[in-house]
Design a protein around this ligand. Sequence first.
Ligand code: FES
Length: 185
Amino acid sequence: MQPDNPTPERERNVSRRGFVLGLLVGAGGAMVSVLGFAGYQVLTSQTDDDFEPPEWQRVGSVDTFPAGETLPATLELPAGPYLIWVRGDEDGTHTAFSSTCTHQGATVNWWPAKEQFICPVHGGTFDAIGDPVAGPVPTPLARHATRINGVLVEVRTTAEEAAAGDACAPCASRACVACSFTRSG
Ligand code: FES
């Protein structure tokens, strides 16, 4: 049985074409939007190379790093977030260790039960003040200077040189990273 008001074949073709055309226009519009947004991002975004980290970065409150504990913190560097290990010292200061193994640059982890930094790649091991104690690690972990600003611990983004056995001349202490004395190789 025929419907009461059949759509003529020509009209059906026209409306089908209109529907397909609408889809294409919609898809094209969406594509233009996506490409336009991507282009806008390329034009307006900074590359990682453009990122200049502040010299000092806040890593947490003083309470975050209790004396005797070594805990992870993050610095924002041009290459991305960078793990450091921050130890609360008994005198109320802090020591910030680079997480970069001095053998071949893998990331070392702090093992509280052993009180050591251990590199998972070749087993290089450092003691609690970052000195090498086992494995192929040639020199201590580098350190970042730290300071307290109000109630916040701040860490300098540039790691101090920390050559093995190299004492800081002004106070003759290898544990001291607070002064501006430049350690020599
Ligand atoms: S990279 Fe760490 S011990 Fe080799």
